[in-house]
Design a protein around this ligand. Structure first.
Ligand code: 13P
Ligand code: SF4
Length: 333
């Protein structure tokens, strides 16, 4: 069904408030609104290519948090998922922070409800808490420091070797950091629905078929997958790796949006998505990230909705561990 008819049908059933004139040049309109409202658009590598191309900053979670902390724009438009927009709001309480779709959640953030985590934390009263940025603001308030996949090792190593630590909510990233640092952090049992579905068996078959390819993976993948990877890193790190490697072919275990920047940066190189257990599921796409569209971006900038609203006490408490992370990260890049 063409978009205009679909819009009218959705509007007639009360699912959307407004149709967009099919002749609307969305890129032009978004650019006009950005200027008019002094807005900055921050897009994560996992959203569709057009949403990356229109952004002021495209990056991984750390890069985007740093961009949010540094911006002097009046309005922050976060084209990513909810916890990222929340982090931007915590760093900029006086600014308006909007995102194209409020339902853009994250399986990791959902895997750690605050009340359950509080009960878990109470069992380890002498432990410090390191929380992966993929978590709700409420969880961040219960944390000593936040980390991302780009700086997790550095954040963990900022604690003395004998410090007792809890790592939440990603058990795969936590386990990976335990392995490379020799720590023994207590792990919360959460995982990313995209990164936990890769099939080691199929990856090895693919590596056999393409012996000239390098296999690279995001640390949210499970341990056996990470064990066969030539390089493990955040999305920015994976992107930098393909740019500088002498290899011309890569099997990549992370969300499909990253291929946009990889192909742009290295048009002559070949990028193969790592196969999943279920070959029919389109599992390389993060359902939440893919809720973002150019149409929703346009509408959210026009109406300045949906907006991130957080209670003041949550902002105050969650800000401290995020600022600690930014301080530790100053030397990372
Ligand atoms: P990074 O971009 O920080 O590597 O994180 C990946 C991710 O899953 C974001 O949700
Ligand atoms: Fe969350 Fe995984 Fe989607 Fe990232 S890819 S937003 S960790 S569900």
């Amino acid at each position: 069904m063409e978009q205009e008819k679909l819009d009218r049908l959705l509007q007639s059933r009360g699912f959307i408030d407004e149709t967009i004139d099919p002749g609307t040049d969305l890129v032009k309109e978004i650019n006009r609104l950005r200027k008019e409202k002094n807005a900055v658009i921050l897009s994560h590598y996992y959203v569709e290519g057009d949403l990356q191309d229109i952004a002021d900053h495209v990056g991984d979670s750390l890069g985007l948090a740093q961009a949010a902390a540094a911006t002097d724009a009046d309005m922050i438009v976060f084209v990513g998922v909810h916890f990222m927009a929340e982090t931007a709001k915590i760093l900029n309480p006086s600014k308006k922070v909007i995102l194209p779709d409020l339902k853009a959640s994250c399986s990791l953030a959902e895997a750690a409800p605050a009340e359950e985590f509080a009960r878990f934390k109470a069992k380890y009263p002498d432990h410090k808490v390191i929380t992966y940025i993929n978590a709700t603001a409420a969880l961040k308030t219960m944390s000593d420091v936040i980390c991302t996949s780009a700086n997790a090792k550095k954040v963990v190593e900022s604690f003395p070797e004998d410090e007792k630590l809890i790592f939440a909510p990603d058990k795969n990233l936590g386990n990976y950091i335990n392995n490379i640092t020799g720590r023994n952090m207590v792990l919360w049992d959460g995982a990313c629905i995209v990164h936990e579905q890769y099939s080691l068996e199929k990856i090895i078959d693919l590596m056999d078929k393409h012996p000239d390819a390098e296999f690279i993976a995001h640390p949210e993948c499970e341990k056996p997958v990470l064990m066969v990877a030539k390089h493990v890193g955040s999305t920015t790190s994976l992107l930098n790796y393909v740019k500088t490697s002498n290899s011309n072919k890569f099997i990549v275990a992370t969300e499909s949006g990253i291929f946009h920047q990889m192909t742009k940066a290295c048009p002559e190189k070949v990028f193969i998505p790592a196969p999943s257990i279920d070959s029919t599921c389109g599992c390389n796409d993060c359902f939440f990230m893919k809720l973002n569209t150019m149409r929703k971006l346009y509408l959210c900038m026009k109406y300045e909705q949906p907006e991130i609203i957080l209670p003041e006490d949550i902002i105050l408490k969650a800000r401290l561990p995020i600022e600690r992370m930014l301080e530790i990260s100053r030397q990372v890049r």
